[in-house]
Design a protein. Sequence first.
Length: 496
Amino acid sequence: MRICAMAIVLVFSVTVLSAGGGYTFRNETLDIMHLNSETKGLNYPAYAPDIAAVGMGGLQTAAGDPYVNMLTNPAVLANPGTRFQVFGLQASFPPSTFEAAWYLGDHMDEFMEAVSLNDIMDGVDAFLTPGATMQERWNALNQIQDGLIFVVDLMEDVTGPPDDPQMHGFNVLPGFGMQYGHWGFSLYGYGQAAFVVRQSPTLDALAAVDIPDNPDNPLKATASVLQVLGILGAGILQDNRTFGEEVFPVAFYLSYMDIVGTAGYGRTVPWNVHAGANLKIINRRFSMNRIPVTDYDEIMNNAFSDLSKSVTGFTLDLGAARKLPYDIDLGLSLQNVIPIQTLSDEIDMDFVQHAMAYDRVDGKKQVDADGDTLMVRYKRPVLLNIPYELKLPFVMNLGLHRAMNAHWSAGLEWQDIFENDSRYQSTAGRFRAGTEYRQPLWKNRLTLTGRVGFGDEHVSCGLGLNIKDKVYLDNAYAWAPWIDAYAIYTQIRVEL
């Protein structure tokens, strides 16, 4: 799942000041600004990926495990059989997601006690102290720079840049099922969660300030320090330097879970075409909410904590397959032919714009009785409303597969031909290619399979172990388009 970047333009205007004399500040709060984003359409299918296929670039329409493939192309049920999957579980673990969660948990003192922000303000106070020596100002600049390390690291490890926030997420899919003759039945659940920690305008502005390494240029050094003071000063609520919540990053999550029951049937029809259909009953649950700063250390646990909105409906999948010349298998699947009710929600995000300027009357800078220049720190609250719609899209896939020999096979696929699925970022990302090689071991009791593929415009790879055709262990390393990052996928299936 890819959470769309918010259409926010927050102007951060901080006047660069010249040095000389003291400064006296006053705060002024401007009227709240209301912004409304366009509705974000999230078109996610009831998805049942096979991790073996993920390692091959995502090939699942014309080839693959018969049980798993009946969930994506029910035409495989035209080949009768008796199989029972008593246990199945798969999950994805994007390393960047867990690194971000650990970083937030390890730095809770930064959000609860504002350790680095207070260090920065201590450096500002020391630099602006009347009569401070050159060495004291040098030390003050170094203290400000040290405090900014956290701001920069947070952007690199967690938030990403403001115009392209970094997505984090994970998914899990438990399930079981069976095939008996030409009939297939399954019950599975698919949960996917994503969260974004969006850099606050305050921290974004701080990261952009150029703090000199030394005070050799007094004008530049003073201007930079006053920029920092103007940015952070407006966020201080009390004289004891308590920072308002708008100073810190804003985090929110978007999660959904599908509980799906399927009943399918397949037969061979004229012209030696294998055809099949799956009736799917889906209960889809959806939640989107803001995560308070105090819960950043539990950000992973919050993802599925409140799946408050739900809808239940049924839809239909259709599939066809045919053997072509040169031993090529052709597969076609039509998923979610019957529409299901859309789930809608919205989230409100509040920010604060800060700006600093000279206090002027008739265009002239004002000075108080002590000769200090009068400054104004402006603060404008901004409330952004973002509506969402979660839909089950119609998806059409077309694939080719060829067994080169008893051990080696390869395939090509075009997924989501009509481009209704929000998981894909481009047309090119919908084209897939992959291959696998199966090597029997230990008197054919084990089969080790290596896989490589290309999908979502990225290379993928995988490794599988088949134990006596009863236990299947599959792992893959592939691009996860819903978070724009690589993820580790793993799966275990036990069959009778």
